[in-house]
Design a protein around this ligand. Structure first.
Ligand SMILES: Cc1cc2nc3c(=O)[nH]c(=O)nc-3n(C[C@H](O)[C@H](O)[C@H](O)COP(=O)(O)OP(=O)(O)OC[C@H]3O[C@@H](n4cnc5c(N)ncnc54)[C@H](O)[C@@H]3O)c2cc1C
Length: 462
């Protein structure tokens, strides 16, 4: 029986990052992974492949709409779908092999197969049982299913099927206007599909700053996406390769149907803990199926920890990574910490949407006095030069102290710009601190500075 200081179950961003940090801290580390490749949902069927398709479809859109304006003439590119999928697979391969390389470099053992925990301190993989002083569960999540809608991963697909459709569908219904549905819906809309998004709530991207959500919906509409909001999907049926989605509008209970070549079910994800044997060893669970942990990611059983999508909190790769690093520090007897108040969220559409910290809605609800500094990308020279003047930066700061409480950006490179705010928030920055920091010209970042200026005496370029 092999013995390890730590065995991590699951090699997604939570698990593999945790393993690398454990190894760096001198712990003898193994990772159990049942998939053929490392990297979990994120690298295989999540963040990375979706971003590859987003990038390719944005490039197409740019060529179709902006090239001529810049004097770049020539035939418009045609889509070779098989080649685009091959590009996406190549990107996945490069990334998953990169993790294998890092495992070797850090002397991390990959125990190939599906793991379970027969008793505390033991992990079973296939017929072999391995001993571990500490076990970290990082088994991630799986797509949630909707009653009345049976996924076949051909016509009715989850995000996994949507990343490898045999051909670009003429029409697509996306059920759920969350991040995954909108990212993949916008990919197919750019590739020529007629995309209709059906959402139960009256707004897209629930929980997001309301003003950003409204602007985002308007811009997506302009790109050709249709929206049916406040609609409860009742069923989806496939006949002769075509799907019929039936829904009822919540406001008046009226029923309607939509036909499509493909239906993407993007109604969220739930924790995946199947086959681990957690009930048998008495691991406590949350009501919604996540593993219950304390503030050090330890379960109710000493020496068994859990991180990432399998526990509560935002289902994001970087949240899983941060927990992975922090739990490694805790296991090594150091201080592991994750600041859950400063976890950015990004939607990688064009324009991108990025958000961190408090929304106006939540500040109002709390009754906290705040001020808003806003700046539109229309006033940013760089954004106009690259046809990306849509959107704005909005910074929320405490009315009395000027401390930055949150930021919401819709516009070019929003997913990069947000990190200036994140660093500022980690250091307890005021909006004035950001406003007084010299920002290079011409950059999109100047819009962040202008929004910070708008929290004080006012921006320059509006
Ligand atoms: C289409 C899509 C796009 C996304 N885009 C983004 C994005 O842009 N940014 C972002 O931050 N997040 C994104 N996410 C979410 C992100 O992928 C997850 O939050 C992240 O992967 C969670 O990491 P994790 O380590 O907790 O679990 P996972 O990445 O799910 O990894 C868990 C791993 O554990 C393995 N496993 C499970 N059970 C066992 C077992 N018993 N034995 C052995 N192995 C096991 C699984 O095979 C899997 O490889 C996206 C998700 C999807 C589906």
């Amino acid at each position: 029986m092999a013995e390890f200081d730590v065995i991590i179950i699951g090699a997604g961003p939570g698990g593999y990052v945790s393993a690398i940090r454990c190894a760096q801290l001198g712990l003898k580390t193994a990772v159990v992974e049942g998939r053929e490749t490392l990297g979990g949902t994120c690298l295989n069927v999540g963040c990375i492949p979706s971003k590859a398709l987003l990038h390719a479809s944005h490039a197409l859109h740019d060529a179709e709409t902006n090239f001529e304006k810049m004097g770049l003439m020539g035939a418009k590119p045609k889509v070779d779908w098989a080649k685009m999928l091959a590009y996406k697979d190549e990107v996945i391969g490069q990334n998953t092999k990169g993790i294998e390389f890092l495992f070797k470099k850090n002397k991390i053992t990959w125990l190939k197969g599906w793991g379970s925990i027969p008793e505390p301190g033991k992990v079973k993989v296939g017929d072999e049982v391995h001993a571990a002083k500490n076990i970290v569960i990082a088994t991630g999540s799986e797509p949630l299913h909707l009653p009345g809608v049976t996924v076949d991963e051909k016509v009715i697909v989850t995000s996994t099927g949507a990343l490898e459709l045999p051909k670009i569908p003429k029409s697509m219904v996306v059920i759920g206007a969350g991040v995954i549905g909108l990212e993949l819906g916008s990919v197919y809309a750019r590739l020529g599909s007629e995309v209709t998004v059906v959402e139960y709530l009256d707004t897209i991207t629930p929980g997001m700053d309301g003003e950003v959500a409204k602007t985002f919906q308007r811009l997506l509409k302009r790109q050709g996406l249709d929206f049916v909001l406040g609609a409860a999907v009742q069923s989806a049926e496939v006949k002769k390769g075509k799907a019929t989605v039936s829904y009822k509008l919540r406001k008046d209970d009226s029923a309607a149907t939509l036909e499509a070549d493909c239906v993407l079910v993007a109604t969220g994800r739930g924790p995946y803990t199947d086959g681990l044997g957690l009930a048998e060893i008495g691991v406590e669970m949350e009501k919604r199926g996540q593993i219950k942990t304390d503030s050090h990611w330890q379960t109710n059983i000493k020496g068994i920890y859990a991180i990432g999508d399998a526990i509560t909190g935002p289902m994001l790769a970087h949240k899983a990574e941060d927990e992975g690093m922090a739990v490694a520090e805790v296991i090594a007897g150091k201080h592991g910490h994750v600041n859950y108040d400063v976890i950015p969220g990004v939607i990688y559409t064009t324009p991108e949407v990025a958000t961190v910290g408090r929304t106006e809605e939540s500040l109002k609800e709390e009754g906290r006095a705040y001020k808003v500094g806003k700046f539109a990308f229309m006033g940013n020279g760089r954004a106009k030069a690259v046809f990306q003047g849509d959107g704005f930066v909005k910074i929320l700061a405490d009315k009395e102290t000027d401390r930055v409480l949150g930021a919401h950006i819709i516009g070019p490179s929003a997913g990069e710009l947000i990190h200036e705010i994140c660093v500022g928030m980690e250091f307890g920055a005021s909006a004035e601190d950001i406003a007084l920091t010299c920002h290079a010209h011409p950059t999109f970042s100047e819009a962040v500075r202008e929004a910070a200026l708008a929290c004080g005496d006012g921006p320059i370029h509006s």
